[in-house]
Ligand binder design. Structure first.
Ligand SMILES: [Zn+2]
Length: 260
């Protein structure tokens, strides 16, 4: 009887140890600070053969397609902003070679040219919209076009109402830009808007305003493929690589900074 009790106690202890190990290993993935994470985020504006002749903010269709093919050939996993958030906040794991694709401003060619190419590659992307231009300026996407992209797995984020550099604005003008753009997107598209991109990359002393407005991530234009995560608030100033039509370096050099 005594031996049986001892055996049961040992068995119970073994089960508890295994359960504890499993909990810490599989569920308790807390982020350790500080941390440097390899997570390239690309920033595009427009894909338009005609406009690419005169503006560096536009890429030709052929150029953009070959960059998307490069990611595939080099075994990168294009992940959504949701997956990036999970990975950088310790709620999930990032794949070994992650990359996030983003577009700023909501320019018309995002829907007409970029979106079909992204769909062909099965790449999710996030589009940051300047809401005062939606349905107002024919050079920018409409609510119907944004809705179609949302229905096909694309993510929509805010790029303010009026495309202003919030780092240079008085604080009382910043809040409506953050809140009203979020509301407009949520009302018109029936989605929850969680991500923000700073117009002109201006974020100094404004990252905590973005957090207070209810966003989870905010993107700068600090050209790096490494995310320096010092605290949960680092998610409001993530680095992003702006891809220009006249890019002086190759994709290989961008993604492998040690080769630069
Ligand atoms: Zn912009």
């Amino acid at each position: 009887m005594k031996i049986k009790t001892i055996l049961y106690t040992i068995l119970l202890l073994v089960i508890l140890i295994i359960a504890g190990f499993c909990y810490f290993h599989f569920y308790n993935k807390k982020m350790i600070y500080p941390q440097e994470v390899y997570a390239p985020i690309l920033a595009y504006h427009g894909i338009d053969d005609k406009k690419a002749v005169t503006s560096a903010y536009f890429l030709t269709q052929a150029n953009f397609t070959s960059q998307m093919q490069w990611l595939k050939d080099n075994h990168y996993t294009v992940i959504s902003m949701d997956k990036l958030y999970n990975g950088l906040s310790g709620q999930g794991k990032l794949p070994p070679k992650p990359v996030v694709i983003t577009f700023d401003d909501g320019e018309q060619s995002n829907f007409i040219v970029a979106y079909p190419i992204l769909k062909k590659f099965h790449y999710p992307a996030t589009f940051f919209i300047t809401t005062s231009l939606t349905n107002q300026n024919p050079d920018y996407m409409t609510w119907a076009e944004l809705k179609e992209m949302v229905a096909n797995g694309m993510i929509i984020g805010s790029h303010t109402v009026n495309h202003i550099n919030i780092a240079k604005m008085r604080l009382e003008r910043v809040e409506p830009e953050l809140i009203d753009s979020k509301k407009a997107l949520e009302t018109n598209l029936g989605i929850k808007v969680k991500y923000f991109s700073y117009p002109n990359g201006g974020y100094k002393n404004r990252d905590m305003e973005v957090k207070e407005a209810g966003y989870k991530i905010a993107l700068t234009t600090h050209q790096s493929v490494i995310q320096k995560i010092n605290s949960p608030d680092s998610l409001y100033a993530l680095s992003r690589y702006e891809v220009f039509g006249n890019l002086p370096i190759t994709f290989d050099q961008i993604f492998n900074p040690t080769k630069n």
